[in-house]
Design a protein around this ligand. Structure first.
Ligand SMILES: Cc1cc2nc3c(=O)[nH]c(=O)nc-3n(C[C@H](O)[C@H](O)[C@H](O)COP(=O)(O)OP(=O)(O)OC[C@H]3O[C@@H](n4cnc5c(N)ncnc54)[C@H](O)[C@@H]3O)c2cc1C
Length: 632
């Protein structure tokens, strides 16, 4: 049995600082900061200044007057106008000017500028100003929401409220309750390094998503995920301070007491629980948030299993279900498609040659790429936690489960060469932020990412069907299919990754068609997305249609009541304030998008119709069976 990976429990293995460039952060024009586009695959740098895109219904004179008024209050340098060239930057320096992974026209989601508040009081001033001038605001903490829209607003011409640039302090850390209170601009890198710097880095671990440059608060508010046992980020928050659309300031949970003795210890407080209202929403600007930290579990034993056959997925997911439900798998494991895993190590041109650009990978090419990378059809990355004897004991049970799959192999960190993805995961699983996940983004030149993120039952048959259904659309529209399942106890997040060349108008059109068709396919089978790109939020919201769209009606009622001028992030999550509903800004509603029927969807629907209904174990079923003389 192998050793427990040293980075996880010992001071030597946990770096004090994570290397990153000095220009790390979101910028209005990243080319100015990094002296180039910074993307070696896309060396073009735009230099032409542009006209500012104005908010709907506001003319230039009124806009200039309003901006001058805000500058007078907050200071000249608190606002930057978006009259800059649209440079795409890179992960280290993404733009505030537009969505660098733009699937529509680059200008489509361009804001009018960005404002950088320094305090909650500044945010109140901005909100009151926006109400007075009817200028829409778009809230971000850091703005690295890449794959879902970046820093871009849904309504062109909105003013971005970039909280993180100046409000970026760790306000407190409480080792006794393993919790902290943060401002919006604290990134995973910052929090990790802060804990190290104050001498708590061995005691308290953080949970990180794939990349550490995002905001701990922003990610949780978009209901993002990471990969330790604390991977459901919103579930780890505890207490908020929120600026409401009318400029009033509310604190939630125990933070609502002026002198709370337990501000980050109990998240519900008293009365209706409102915190969820501020996630994926446009109902408030969160200026402080409590987060729980993971007490060091005393060790972390990362491991990888590989499985040879594509169809092994079905058995694998079924094996995961009891392991997750019974907490034998401790963290949020990732089950990666082999060809996606391989893309960590090579570009597409290196894999199949420049001559094979222009059409999606064939099954033979996929197999050859996996072989070249030394991978398998599926790779499963996870970790056991605890002192070595406990972690190893758990691993034995996990091995017994996964070795039921013919051809399964298991690897520990010491079994793989330096530079292997498992080594990176070992860091992520122990709360050390990394950049490794950027590697597969170099798969194609000018690569842009769209994430399609449906929730999947932890059910092998459904997981395999999702792969077949979405891959069918990828091939139809000419893209290489990549996906990874992040598996929870009761559901999985299937992250389907669409990489397209943003310089190709045809690929942009096809990427959009592909995403829209997949949303439709998924909805037919009862699969909904947990999060989506701003261009697709109207369509996804429309699929949550129970009771003639009762949920959307409730959202609209809350929006109209709390934000009658519709100034906070209009269009966020498909929720449009009254003032915007008739402007025709919604995208992709009330229409069928798929150009052809998806045969796998048709097959699944038929199978579902013909299948014996799953037992409900409900009272009606019990009574019916008792009538027949049985039990349940
Ligand atoms: C290669 C790659 C890998 C990725 N891996 C992951 C992953 O593992 N897990 C994951 O979750 N995501 C992942 N992402 C998506 C994204 O990069 C992260 O979720 C990132 O943390 C989001 O950006 P941010 O933290 O800067 O949030 P922001 O852009 O600041 O915020 C995101 C959204 O939350 C809301 N919001 C933010 N702050 C506030 C506030 N203070 N008040 C009110 N609303 C607010 C806004 O609607 C905003 O649009 C990945 C992206 C890429 C490109």
């Amino acid at each position: 049995m192998g050793k427990v990976y040293p980075s996880t429990a010992s001071a030597e293995g946990r770096p004090a600082k994570i290397d990153r460039p000095s220009y790390f952060g979101c910028h209005m024009n990243p080319a100015e900061v990094i002296g180039g586009s910074g993307d070696p695959l896309n060396p073009e740098i735009a230099t032409e200044k542009r006209e500012v895109v104005l908010p709907p219904g506001i003319d230039r004179q009124a806009f200039d007057k309003a901006i001058a008024e805000l500058r007078e209050t907050l200071g000249e340098d608190a606002i930057e106008l978006n009259d800059v060239p649209l440079n795409h930057g890179n992960y280290m320096a993404p733009p505030l000017s537009h969505d660098p992974y733009s699937v529509l026209d680059d200008e489509y989601f361009a804001g009018c500028g960005a404002v950088y508040p320094s305090s909650t009081e500044d945010v109140v001033i901005i909100v009151k100003w926006a109400n007075k001038h009817l200028i829409p605001l778009w809230t971000i903490s850091v703005g690295r929401n890449l794959g879902y829209g970046g820093a871009s607003p849904r309504v062109a011409g909105s003013l971005i409220v970039h909280l993180g640039r100046r409000m970026n302090k760790v306000l407190s850390v409480d080792p006794d309750t393993a919790s902290c209170l943060l401002e919006p601009g604290v990134t995973y890198f910052d929090l990790y390094e802060h804990l190290r710097a104050v001498g708590l880095g061995e005691k308290l671990w953080i949970d990180v998503p794939d990349l550490g440059g995002g905001s701990v608060m922003g990610n949780a508010l978009d209901r993002g995920v990471g990969y330790t046992p604390y991977g459901d980020h919103f579930a780890q928050h505890c207490g908020m301070e929120v600026v409401m659309p009318d400029g009033s300031v509310v604190r939630t949970g125990m933070m609502a007491m002026e002198n709370s003795a337990t501000p980050q210890a109990f998240n519900y407080g008293f009365g209706p629980y409102v915190d969820g209202m501020f996630t994926q929403s446009a109902l408030g600007i969160v200026t402080k948030m409590g987060m729980w930290l993971m007490p060091s579990p005393g060790g972390c034993l990362p491991f990888m299993f590989t499985f040879p056959e594509h169809t092994d997925l079905e058995q694998l997911v079924d094996i995961c279900r009891p392991l997750m439900l019974n907490r034998l798998l401790h963290n949020i494991p990732g089950l990666r498609l082999g060809v996606y895993d391989a893309a960590t190590y090579m570009t597409r041109d290196e894999a199949v040659g420049v001559e094979n650009r222009g059409s999606p990978l064939t099954a033979e090419q996929e197999k050859a790429i996996i072989k070249k990378a030394g991978g398998a059809a599926w790779s499963f990355y996870a970790s056991c936690y605890g002192p070595p004897e406990i972690a190893k004991g758990h691993l034995e049970m996990i091995k017994a489960a996964f070795f039921q799959v013919p051809g399964a192999k298991m690897y520990l960190c010491e079994d793989v060469p330096e530079g292997h993805y498992l080594i990176d995961r070992a860091n992520v699983f122990s709360g050390i932020p990394t950049f490794r996940e950027l590697d597969w983004q170099k798969w194609i030149p000018n690569s842009s990412t769209l994430f399609f993120s449906p929730i999947v039952p932890v059910d092998g048959k459904e997981a395999l069907a999702q792969v077949e259904i979405f891959k069918y659309r990828f091939l139809e529209y000419g893209f290489d299919f990549f996906n990874v399942f992040y598996i929870g106890p009761r559901e999985g997040h299937n992250i389907v990754i669409l990489l397209f060349d943003r310089t190709s108008p045809q690929q942009r059109v096809n990427a959009m068609k592909c995403m829209r068709a997949m949303i439709e396919d998924a909805a037919k089978l009862g699969w909904g997305e947990y999060r989506t790109h701003i261009s697709l939020q109207d369509q996804v919201a429309e699929t949550y249609a129970f009771g003639d769209g009762a949920l959307m009606k409730l959202h609209e009622q809350m929006k109209d009541h709390l934000d009658p001028n519709g100034i906070l992030s209009p269009g966020r999550s498909g929720i449009w304030p009254r003032r915007y509903r008739d402007l025709g800004l919604q995208l992709g509603l009330n229409t069928t998008h798929a150009e052809t029927p998806n045969p796998v969807v048709e097959r699944m629907l038929k199978e579902k119709q013909q299948a014996k209904p799953k037992p409900t174990y409900g009272t009606d079923e019990l009574r019916a069976s008792q009538k027949k003389g049985g039990t349940a």
